[in-house]
Design a protein around this ligand. Structure first.
Ligand SMILES: NC(=O)c1ccc[n+]([C@@H]2O[C@H](COP(=O)([O-])OP(=O)(O)OC[C@H]3O[C@@H](n4cnc5c(N)ncnc54)[C@H](OP(=O)(O)O)[C@@H]3O)[C@@H](O)[C@H]2O)c1
Length: 248
């Protein structure tokens, strides 16, 4: 349990579209350990605050709930454990893992090297890293805390894509799509295995945002999964709204 009772959310991809919106909308509700690789998200953090140039003595409301940023390339050896070390040192607990960091390469499989040359990297960041992070949190923090996990309604939300469910044959995103499909199956296995100690795991599969659905709708669906009671489910967010899909 975190020091002041708020649930603790370990979020990757915090500087991206989803991650920044997540921090902006939910820093009040969660303690957020916000993992980014390059620039930090444009929100108040332990090292950066907003200043109103017209009222420099007045504290803008955006500064009320700073997120705890951690800079890490999650594909580098040792970085997943360092991120967990820092999060536990700061908050004493991890209640939700939201895996949103991803890489997408748009190129055909033939007549260009970009797709085939990046297949390993896409699979590593989009499928292996989320599984390693969730497994490491489970191994180090959740495995022996069955009752606490259930009381705190702990969970993993893996941000996948409709590209991991359906084949968009003219998208030239074969590697991304296949890595997200792998993430979906990994998540369903997590749900079965982590359920033994009271932790849920679900997939969020949005369509293109913000072009087709608002980013805020996608973020709200992630929080609904984190705070709900589903496990082993795939929640699609598309133009029809948020709806669960049948899975094999
Ligand atoms: N946007 C869409 O249309 C869409 C649709 C369906 C699904 N999704 C999924 O939704 C999630 C969020 O998408 P988004 O559009 O917000 O992504 P985005 O804006 O491209 O952001 C990607 C994030 O991943 C981080 N990242 C990249 N490589 C990393 C590494 N090696 N280690 C640690 N972090 C790394 C980036 O950090 P830096 O910026 O510092 O590199 C950034 O914070 C992704 O899983 C994506 O696949 C997106």
């Amino acid at each position: 349990v975190s020091r002041n009772g708020k649930p603790v959310c370990l979020l990757t991809g915090a500087s991206g579209r989803f991650g920044t919106a997540f921090c902006r909308r939910y820093a009040e509700r969660f303690h957020i350990a916000a993992v980014h690789r390059g620039e930090p998200p444009e929100v108040a953090t332990q090292g950066q605050r907003f200043v109103d140039p017209l009222a420099p003595g007045h504290e803008p409301p955006e500064n009320a709930d700073p997120v705890f940023v951690i800079r890490a390339d999650l594909t580098e050896p040792g970085e997943i454990d360092r991120v967990i070390d820092l999060t536990l040192a700061r908050f004493d607990a991890i209640d939700h893992v939201v895996n949103a960091a991803a890489r997408v390469v748009t190129a055909p499989l033939v007549d260009a090297r970009a797709q085939v040359d990046s297949l390993e990297d896409q699979f590593r960041l989009n499928a292996v890293v989320p599984a390693r992070l969730a497994a490491a949190v489970a191994q180090r923090h959740w495995r022996t805390r069955d009752a606490e996990n259930r009381r705190r309604n702990r969970s993993v939300v893996n941000v996948s894509s409709v590209s991991g469910l359906y084949v968009y044959g003219d998208s030239d995103q074969s590697g991304y799509s296949a890595s997200k499909a792998a993430l979906n199956f990994l998540t369903c296995h997590m749900a079965a295995e982590f359920g033994r100690f009271g932790v849920r795991a679900n997939v969020l599969a949005p369509t293109t945002f913000p072009a087709l659905v608002p980013t805020e709708t996608v973020v709200d669906a992630a929080v609904a999964l984190a705070e709900g009671d589903a496990s082993g489910e795939v929640l699609v967010v598309d133009e029809a709204g948020a709806h669960y899909v049948e899975r094999g």
